[in-house]
Structures are given as C-alpha cells and as structure tokens.
Design a protein around this ligand. Structure first.
Ligand code: DAH
Length: 344
C-alpha cells in the first residue's frame, strides 16, 4: 500500500511539473495521454495494479486513486480552457464538385385545375372570394332558402359540430357572406373545401373541392348564365365540347339547371363506357337564377337586381378531365401520381 501511495506522490509531482510547463494545446493532449491513455497511461497502469491488492488494501487504495484521478482531470480541463485547441484544419470546400440536385416541388393536380378555372373566370372580369369551412346553419342552409326541417336539406349529408355549427356542405354560403358585405354589381367565384357525411368510394369522399360562381346586377337573365357557362366549359374542355342544360331544383335558385358535358372518353359511342355509364353525358355542375328570397335575406331588392349562380365539383371535373378513375388518388400524396400533371 505504501508503495502505491509513493507512486502516486511521484506521479502527482510529475504531473504538476508537466502541467506547469504547458505552453500549447497539444501539450495538454500529450499530458492527458501520458496519464489517462487507455493502455499505457500512468494512472491506467496504477488502476491495473490496484486489481491485485487484497480486499483490505483496496478500500484505501481505491479512494486515493480516485482522488488522484479527479485532481488530474480537473487540472486538465483547466488547462484545456487556458490553451484552447486552435488552428484546427477546416476542410476547404471543393468548388469543383457538382451541385446537389434540388428537389423540384410540383403543384397538386387539384390546385392546377382550380387555377385553370380561376383564370378563365378572371379573364371574364370575375374576382376570387373565400369563406370559412366551419359554418353556421344560417349561412349553409337558412339564408339559402332552406327552411328548418325542409326535406331538401337531406340532399346534403351534413357533418355537424354542435347544434349551431357545421362543416359547410357546399361553397354556396359564401354567396350570402359576400352579398351581406358588398353591393351589386357582383361577379365572383368562390373556390374551397366542402364536407359531407359520405362513405369513401371511387367517386365520393367526405371532403372535396367546389367552386361557386355568382353574378348579380341589373338586367341579368338566364341567357347570361348560359352564355357564360358555355364560354367557361369550352375554355376548359375545348371548343368542340357539347353541353346540355337539364331542369333541376335547388332551394336557392329558380329556375335551376344542371349542366352535363359530353363524355370525352366515349363521346356517347360506348354503351358500356365506365366513365359516363353509357349515357354519353357527365353531370358537372348545378346552376340557376338566384331566388328572390335569397336576395331579400341579404337586403338586395329583387325588383331591381337579378343574378345567376353555379356550383361545380372541382375533384369530379378534374377526374373527368384527366381521366382519373379514383378520387382517392388526389389525397394519397403519392408523388408518382402528383408529378404526372406537371410535365410541360
Ligand atoms: N351548392 C350546390 C351543391 O353543392 C351546387 C349549386 C347549385 C350551387 C346551384 C349554385 C347553384 O350556386 O346555383 O350541390
């Protein structure tokens, strides 16, 4: 034991002499190696010797050794602070390396299609409006002339948040919000997300996109509705596309019409066509002349003003235009799918 203590005393002397002589960071590292080096460090060797001591001797020896170790370590870290490592070699950037390839993002097909629609309407002098996805019963239904408990509400399977709030089932409530704030003449489109209590299948999802249109001015007639929608659909699907207007019913328009476009896959030539079911037509939007009651609800005088409106399913129409068999593909975020729409 005394020999171990002697050795420690000698080593301590040596260590502090060396420590006092340190002039640069490299010497600190050398000193560390000399004492704490993994194989041949003096202290490491002392710990080796320690293993051979009797249990009795180990008690004191262990304490003394550990104290010495702490002494060494704290002095070393003090030295490291005083002689910080400097002049480390920083690798120089290799300017001859080729650049890392940047990943180019791409707009989602729904976004692309929505922009296409917006641009056609913007070219006709429409402006783009937006509204909230969480709505009140008043805007989603009542102001649009759906009285409470009216059976027409059943056509819109609604996701309710509570008694008063719901997820909007269509973009039509934004017509009301805009007419409350802005006076005619109005020429607007309203793209946005809508929600319905639907079980997902290839052509239905509980969330999808619509675009709403509204025109209000003096002297607006059904001819404006027909002419504008025809111009729009020809701009979207090509000059040659044929359209058909079918009488329909919506509480907020009177009269109302649904618009079908000719099936671009079979042109009515295939009775087994999977896209149009053999009918040759594809329904893509609802429209009509704004019901006088809707104008009254927003304090616009229906004796002075008239207007027309439409609502189109963006996903559905995009599926048809791009011939995509599954609506779900739009929302799976598979880049292999999304990138296909951005080839120039
Ligand atoms: N909001 C209707 C729907 O979701 C679509 C619609 C029909 C909108 C006629 C209109 C309209 O503005 O005039 O089924």
């Amino acid at each position: 034991m005394s020999t171990l203590q002697d050795k420690i005393n000698n080593y301590r002397q040596l260590f502090f002499d060396r420590a006092a002589a340190v002039k640069e960071s490299q010497q600190v590292e050398e000193l560390r190696q000399l004492f704490l080096g993994r194989k041949k460090g003096y202290l490491t060797l002392l710990f080796e010797e320690f293993k051979n001591l009797s249990p009795e001797e180990k008690k004191t020896a262990g304490r003394v050794l550990n104290e010495f170790k702490t002494e060494i370590q704290s002095k070393l870290s003090e030295l490291e602070k005083n002689f910080p490592v400097s002049g480390t070699i920083t690798p120089i950037e290799d300017l001859t390396l080729p650049g890392r390839q940047l990943y180019w993002g791409a707009p989602h097909p729904i976004t692309l299609f929505e922009r296409k629609i917006e641009n056609i309407f913007i070219s006709m002098g429409f402006s783009v409006e937006e509204g909230p996805e969480i709505e009140t019963d008043y805007y989603n239904f009542e102001a649009l002339n759906f009285p409470p408990d009216h059976p027409a509400r059943d056509s819109w399977d609604t996701l309710y948040i509570n008694d008063k709030l719901l997820l909007r089932t269509h973009t039509s409530p934004v017509q009301i919000r805009v007419m409350e704030k802005k006076k005619p003449p109005l020429r607007i489109i309203i793209p946005g997300r809508v929600f319905r209590r639907e079980t997902p299948d290839p052509t239905h999802l509980p969330m999808f996109y619509q675009v709403e249109g509204l025109v209000v001015d003096k002297g607006i007639t059904f001819a404006h509705l027909k002419g504008t929608l025809e111009f729009f659909l020809k701009a979207l699907f090509g000059e040659k596309i044929r359209l058909r207007f079918r009488p329909s019913f919506f509480p907020f328009t009177e009269p109302s019409a649904e618009v079908d476009i000719e099936c671009i896959v079979c042109r009515g030539q295939n009775p087994e066509c999977r896209v149009c079911g053999g009918s040759g037509w594809k329904e893509i939007l609802g429209s009509g002349m704004v019901d006088p009651q809707v104008f009254k609800n927003v304090n616009i005088d229906p004796e002075i003003y008239s207007g027309w409106a439409f609502g189109l399913g963006i996903d559905r129409t995009a599926m048809f235009a791009f011939q995509i068999p599954e609506m779900r593909y739009f929302y799976e975020n598979d880049l292999r799918f999304i990138r296909q729409f951005n080839r120039k």
